[in-house]
Design a protein around this ligand. Structure first.
Ligand code: MLT
Length: 316
């Protein structure tokens, strides 16, 4: 069999790269941080492409990739891959939906606690030479009502952690059955609005699609309890950032934690950065742990290896 060439255009774990490099029928090139025009130039040489979230596999890239047969995404979301173009050009897209579940749930839950207790702001105040004990009085999460929007793997893991901290959980997910909700000991909401009504905290765990864009908007913010906290470790476009910034500034919302942005990296002129510290940020770190990166790196490499050597199509 002719050697298949795979381009790894975003960093993945060394074990994942080694798994491909060690296979006699595969050749792997790791070439990260490529500008879009550089990717366009080299992509015609490759049969396979592995990305995380920095590379955007646009229709232009996929059309230029005349030999390309498979794209592997080391992560869950495939919104950085033009799937229509992939389908039209006979390119298989595979993701690794299980490898970073725990890491992302842990990060999102850490953000909720950080918000409730103003931890990043208090840390910054110490470094600035202040001792602001009154300013950073927080709230307990114990006894609060949490709305989980999207009760897939990550949402369910977040809910478990919230329950362990004494929170009541209401969940909305179009695929959540009554039996599964009962097993997870969460209240099942029929609609997003129902889940948000009267919630003290919200966490988002849905993919970015035309239906979920701005799923949290000005009207929906009004359904939450005054001073509610919002966490987004899923995708930036899920929240109308202008509406969020206004609600935080007016005090309608107590604070928000954003790991993701509509455009990444964001620019500091965006409304959310003018919130008097009531919105806290991390740079898309949900899946950034040693464990998750090893899991997804190995999984995506196995998927591409099995695709090129056995014709197998899997989403790990
Ligand atoms: C995902 O969709 O799984 C995350 O965005 C992963 C990542 O940060 O690469």
């Amino acid at each position: 069999m002719a050697t298949k060439r795979i381009l790894v255009s975003d960093p993945i774990s060394e074990k994942g790269v080694a798994l491909l490099a060690d296979h006699p029928e595969l050749e792997v090139d790791v070439n990260t941080g490529l500008a879009p025009e550089e990717l366009l130039k080299i992509i015609p040489q490759y049969d396979g492409l592995i990305v995380r979230s920095q590379t955007t596999a646009t229709a232009e890239v996929i059309e230029a990739a005349t030999k390309l047969k498979a794209i592997g995404r080391a992560g869950v979301g495939v919104d950085n891959i033009d799937r229509d173009a992939a389908t039209n050009n006979g390119v298989v897209v595979m993701n690794t939906p299980t490898g970073n579940t725990i890491s992302t749930a842990e990060h999102a839950f850490s953000l909720l606690l950080s918000l409730a207790r103003h931890i990043p702001q208090a840390h910054g105040s110490i470094l600035a030479g202040r001792w602001d004990r009154k300013k950073y009085q927080g709230t307990e999460v114990n006894g609060k009502r949490l709305a989980v929007i999207g009760m897939g793997r990550i949402g369910a893991e977040f809910a478990k952690r919230a329950q362990a901290f004494g929170m009541t959980v209401v969940a909305y997910d179009p695929f959540l059955s009554a039996a599964r909700a009962e097993a997870l000991k969460v209240e099942l909401a029929e609609t997003v609005d129902q889940a948000l009504t009267g919630a003290d905290c919200v966490t988002l765990h849905v993919p970015m699609t035309p239906d979920t864009k701005h799923i949290i908007n000005a009207d929906r913010i009004e359904l939450l309890n005054k001073g509610a906290l919002i966490v987004n470790c899923a995708r930036g476009g899920l929240i109308d950032e202008v509406a969020l910034a206004a609600a935080v500034k007016s005090g309608r919302i107590g604070g928000a934690a954003l790991d993701v942005f509509e455009n990444e990296p964001p620019t500091l002129d965006q409304a959310v950065f003018d919130s008097d510290e009531r919105i806290i940020f991390t740079p898309h770190l949900g899946a950034s742990t040693n464990e998750a990166q090893e899991n997804v790196g190995i999984q995506v490499a196995e998927q591409l290896r099995d695709f090129f050597t056995q014709g197998a199509i899997t989403n790990a």
